[in-house]
Write a protein that binds this ligand. Sequence first.
Ligand SMILES: Cc1ncc(COP(=O)(O)O)c(C=O)c1O
Length: 419
Amino acid sequence: MSPPLLHPGAPGSPDPIRVPWSGRGTRYTEDEIAAVVEAMRSADPQTQGRYQTEFERRFAAACDSPHAFAVSSCTAALELAALLCRLGPGDEVILPAHTFAASAISFARTGATLVWADIDPDTRVVTAETLARCLSPRSKVIVVVHLYGLVCDMDPILALARRRGLLVVEDVAQAAGARYKGRPAGSLGDFGCYSFHTHKNMTTLGEGGMLTVASAGLAGLVPGLRHNGLRGFPGERPDYWLPAMSNVDFDIDGLWPYNFCLGEVQCALGIRMLERLDAMNAARAARAERIRAALADYPELVFQTTPEGCGHAWHLLAARYDGQPYGRTRDDLIRMLSFEQGVRTVVQYCPLYRYPMFRKAGFGEADCPETDRFFDNMISLPFQHWMPEETFDLMIALVREALDRLRRPSPVSANTSVP
Ligand SMILES: Cc1ncc(COP(=O)(O)O)c(C=O)c1O
């Protein structure tokens, strides 16, 4: 009988985790903690107040967008963007399947049909060419996802959208602060949807997001859709309390609003984190450069290419493992790293058409060979800019050692056959 599988770090495990997978994209500075405490003391009201106004103002300026709205998550931003695209049954939305489920769910909820676009094998994001293959007379919206932090090659995508009269939604959840030919990601299409979730390059206490909107007309609809249709009563009110404190109405007839607000304490932190975003992204980029250089003599580990002009926020460090010349698979590499070297790696972004949710909804079909090939061979390494220097160096050494061992023809170790 095979011995029970002991995960590194589990009591009794012979292989403690030496490089953990962390759920934190950032660590807070004392200044950021002080800003949170100050907002806890002083914010009045504690939602939709001066911190929100200031966070939105600064975010819009940093992202070169005319209108920015703080929301409770990127999912909320995507939900509002999908609503404002005015989609319905019969419409088609073209989007990658190699992404987090939230990129698709809001668009599926409208009743529109999801059409999966393949990724480019080198950049692992969609291109104008892969999107164009999915066009039909019913196409209405393109959703691009700047996955892992790499901004898609947007000029050809925007030209395609313009030619076909399509709206473009940018899912910038993983790419806040990245630029495309000098322009900030999220400012290029009609909508930019950002995430400040715990994993992201900047966070607002674990949850949060921002929606940027290019059109002034559509932007005017967001405050009501974001907060229960709340607004003032029209006209002068000599008795300010009459008929009531606030009015509610539809911004788009028949479309019920939400409460997607981000609290004041989170906005206060967002203001501070935004000041540090470029520096944190630069530290990530420097690390990405270092590890890729240190692993350059292992061509079986193929990192994302970054085409000229396409910036990268290096949210994650994902690679494809081409171990066939050595008779090895991606799973051999993960087993080796996890159970023998103590480096906890993961596999991310299962093609959405493989998930029960999308299959049950009728979106289980796709012609995306590169999406399948990448996902079936991908590995994501722990990658935080705050990871201690010695841990980062250790990870590089351990990955090199694992790749060396997998190059050897002899059986690697009894542990690697653990299912
Ligand atoms: C690509 C992508 N889109 C959307 C989301 C949803 O973000 P949030 O968790 O802020 O709703 C995520 C996040 O986790 C993501 O990675």
